[in-house]
Write a new protein. Sequence first.
Length: 151
Amino acid sequence: MGTTVALLGIDGARSFCLWAGDSRICLLRQGTFQQLTRDHTYIEELLESGALTRSEAERHPHRHMITRAIGIAEHAGLESCRGDLRSEDTFILMTDGVSGVCREHEIANAMAATDLNSVADELAARCIKAGAPDNFSFILVRAAQTDTSYS
């Protein structure tokens, strides 16, 4: 049995991500929303090869088939990325229960709010309203700058 994972680390003015599966980490920076991770799914492989379009992928019967997970093999096989951290960067770590029912622009619009509690309430309400066809969980992180250190 395996599971997906998405990890965010912050070290001073740098951030790093580790992941396996289709749990995602996205960043909202100065109004621009960017997915930092790449899904480890059969569909993502078909998309990258050009065998499917995004609209075909949304309806594909194997859209939830993951190609990498924790607990399947002896070694985790985590993928990673790094980046600079800026004041007010807002990250979301989310399962496919969120990304599967909320469009990117809906997530980005919600994340633009000042209060992260209201962001969490809005995203949870959207998932529940959509019938929560899959379990959903997410974590929101916002970088706040005080002098030269981040918290």
